[in-house]
Design a protein around this ligand. Structure first.
Ligand code: ZN
Length: 247
């Protein structure tokens, strides 16, 4: 979006509204399972999963442990989500037997940082954990694929997308305010009072460089550069966790 320009928002909002309508209406008839991986404690990973279209039939949950350094699979375990929990019985029209606990033998894995994700029938459950040296966290402490870098949480930012088109860049094309030529998966426009030029920040696992600004990009707002207008519209307006990369 970069400049003060209202039109790109309209398709994005319509898309968001349509997506929400579709996901809500299909959720009621979903044939796939839904659930969450909601805590880690010692060797135990717990959560719940169920299939609303077959509420009393337990579903299997696959736990995947991946190395943050290169996203390679370190361990995998399948458990059945069939344990009773009061909160599940109270909230679902079912027998309440949807909880699972997986026991991970962390001591058998090498000492590095891991991501913990769960799937049921190929569908990712919500929630993701990171594990490093005995402690669980909601965010990684190291950048995927970048050795020796630390991540400092900057909080939640509004993110939007822009591209070289006239509507987004008002004739600037790929020329940024710092003189750098913008490229995708690299350039972001920031409010330099909040994120100084040259800073590297990670959003959704991608490391960007702050090298542009925009008239409408103020305070906790980051405009992400894309090659095409379609991609910038598809990005829409999001609220995402942003980390400063410190090497
Ligand atoms: Zn554009």
């Amino acid at each position: 979006m970069k400049k003060t320009h209202w039109f790109p928002y309209i398709p994005a909002l319509l898309t968001a509204a349509l997506w929400m309508t579709l996901s809500w209406s299909t959720a009621a008839f979903a044939s796939s399972a839904m659930g969450i991986i909601d805590s880690g404690n010692g060797s135990q990973i717990s959560g719940w999963a169920w299939n609303p279209s077959s509420p009393d039939t337990p579903v299997d949950v696959q736990i995947q442990i991946r190395r943050v350094s290169d996203n390679s699979l370190a361990a995998e375990q399948t458990v059945t989500a069939d344990q009773y929990r009061d909160d599940l019985a109270a909230n679902f029209q079912s027998n309440g037997c949807h909880a699972f606990i997986a026991d991970i033998d962390w001591a058998s894995l090498e000492n590095t940082e891991y991501s913990v994700q769960a799937f049921s029938g190929g569908t990712p459950l919500s929630g993701r954990f990171y594990y490093k040296e005995g402690a669980y966290s909601k965010s990684p402490s190291t950048v995927p694929g970048v050795n020796g870098a630390n991540l400092i949480p900057l909080g939640t930012f509004k993110t939007t997308g822009y591209c070289p088109c006239n509507s987004c860049s008002e004739g600037w094309g790929r020329h940024t305010s710092t003189g750098a030529i913008a490229s995708s998966r690299h350039t972001i426009a920031v409010d330099p009072r909040v994120i100084p030029y040259g800073s590297q920040v990670m959003i959704n696992g991608v490391v960007y460089t702050a090298e542009d600004r925009g008239g409408a990009v103020k305070s906790n707002h980051i405009d992400i550069f894309f090659d095409t207008h379609g991609e910038s519209i598809a990005h829409g307006v999001r609220y995402e966790s942003v980390y400063l990369v410190q090497r």
